[in-house]
Design a binder for this molecule. Sequence first.
Ligand code: SF4
Length: 342
Amino acid sequence: MAESMAKHRIFSGIQPTGEPHLGNYLGAIRQWVEQQDAAAPHDALYSIVDYHALTIEMDTGALDRHTLDLMASLVACGLDPARVTLFRQSDVPEHTELGWIFSCLAAMGDLQRMTQFKDKAEQNRDNINVGLFTYPVLQAADILLYHADLVPVGDDQVQHLELVRECARRFNRRFGETFPEPQPLLSKVPRLKGLDGSAKMSKSKGNTVALSEPPEQIRAKLKVAVTDPARLRRNDPGHPEVCNVFTLHGFFTAPHDPARLGAIERDCRSAALGCVDCKKELADRMLEHLGPIRERQAALRARPDDLRDLLEVGRRKAAEIARATMETVRERIGVRVPRRPR
Ligand code: SF4
């Protein structure tokens, strides 16, 4: 008991908007699995945030399909529903209930300053919906509903986490101490550039690789991936520290063969290794790593009922915490207060 009380609680979410890609895998999912497999893992909740995915337009029926596919991918990547709480956001209605309460506390000015809203509004010019604007408020509810005190974030999400903390402070000031102010768990993963060399790997930019993409397609994408932009000819010395291909070798080659990573770095600098061979080697390592994940992913996707059962396991665990939180919240703010037993 004492041990579980001392444990940190982590919350993180992932949107079911299509195939998870390398950026999702290396930047989030793989770290969740490492955290789960650590000697002293935190109490972790990972949510497939389907309400957040409604902020972008999708074909009818696609959301459910993407949710099941994502569940299959998360389990295939190594997340164990028995050891972490892996659930679908919409299965726990308290998320939207607390989201509304926080939207009555959050300041418009704070939301207007969110750079992610500005970016997303730019990308979705014909669908700048209110959900896109209030997204961080629902995110605050996602996290605080579970009293999570640690939130894995990339440097582009620090601003959202500050809003979460502000929602907790405003609620606590007005209704009494209820929520913790979660701390960022900053990613150890270096920022991944897109294969086209642009600032961020993202599906909308088409500069990444989906986990289930056919091998020949992965090879073709890596073949044209941007490397050290200053290296124009094969016999020019390279600069691995600015090369995205080298960063990816760090994920796919280093864990199995750290000495090889050192050799790539040295041979790149001396021009003994050319970019074509270096990328071919990366494709081999990447396909070796992704192969077993893709097999498990396909097997799980063929069993949608089993995936729904796994979602139900997560729902039960998440709902128990959410119910208790909302009983306290309703009581403190004075809504749905139950008749007291005499
Ligand atoms: Fe990058 Fe490899 Fe080319 Fe060096 S040899 S610049 S690490 S792709």
